[in-house]
Design a protein around this ligand. Structure first.
Ligand code: DGL
Length: 266
């Protein structure tokens, strides 16, 4: 019998942080990753544009016969999830709710900060998800638009990256948050540097593991989980697959044999 894959997508490389956790938690599953390298960044684009790109990707993944889709992008989860769920035939999991739940469980002083793209912050999706779990939490949201290009350009270890982080994170320190959500799947790549700026007393919430757990629970509950054989990974990028492959290999610390080009209509 042919194994149906799990589709995973992001604007670019950030969703690989989720993919890595999925591969670890679900080694028998086939995975199809789509990086929309032609349209990255999503964070500064309108809701209409992000929804159009996401719908196009979801339709492509459906055409590959996936059994479910993981929106490994906070911006697309914040702006497009309801539309995707309405228009798509397979179940879809986003990244916001699992991350918000984890942050609420972790905070001791009731003060949480959310780092995200402009689109995610403006949507208030995290604030709504956090307050739904606990209406007494004090929330500070901070957009960090320069973090995505730092990751996409592999500039994460440059001194400029630290200066940018210090600037963005000043407001988080002022808020006295003890828990900070990395509300963009690109940001875990900068985790060490963010931790260095915020100090060891601050807990950083990276949604990769909780999302992988949510996917596993869903598959088990619906008797869709594969239990044997090594899962296969297929990767698509909507532009410059050679560049995508080079950078993805650095991020995944794993060799990707081929990245296929799949242009979108959007
Ligand atoms: N990695 C994505 C997110 O989680 C998108 C970043 C971007 O393209 O701006 O929001």
């Amino acid at each position: 019998m042919i194994k149906k894959a799990i589709g995973v997508f992001d604007s670019g490389l950030g969703g690989l942080t989720i993919l890595k956790a999925l591969r670890r938690a679900l080694p028998h599953e086939n995975l199809i990753y789509f990086g929309d390298s032609a349209n990255v960044p999503y964070g500064s684009k309108s809701k209409q544009a992000v929804t159009r790109f996401s719908l196009d990707i979801v339709r492509f993944l459906e055409s590959q016969g996936v059994k479910m889709i993981v929106v490994a992008c906070n911006t697309a989860s914040a702006l497009a999830l309801p539309t995707l769920r309405k228009q798509c035939r397979v179940p879809i999991i986003g990244v916001i709710e699992p991350g918000a739940r984890k942050a609420v469980a972790s905070t001791q002083n009731g003060r949480i900060a959310v780092l995200g793209t402009e689109g995610t912050v403006k949507s208030n999706a995290y604030a709504a998800a956090i307050l739904k779990c606990n209406p007494r939490i004090h929330i500070k949201q901070q957009a960090c638009p320069l973090f995505v290009p730092l990751v996409e350009e592999n500039w994460t270890k440059k001194p400029a990256a630290l200066l940018i982080a210090q600037d963005y994170l000043a407001s988080v320190r002022k808020h006295r948050a003890d828990t900070v959500i990395l509300g963009c799947t690109h940001y875990p790549v900068l985790k060490k540097m963010i931790a260095r700026v915020l100090g060891p007393e601050v807990t950083l919430v990276d949604s990769a593991q909780v999302v992988a757990q949510a996917v596993q629970n869903f598959l088990q509950k619906n008797h869709l989980q594969e239990t044997a054989g090594k899962g296969k990974l297929t990767v698509y990028a909507s532009d410059d697959p050679a560049r995508f492959k080079r950078l993805a290999a650095c991020l995944l610390a794993d060799k990707i044999t081929t990245v296929h080009l799949k242009k979108l209509n959007a």
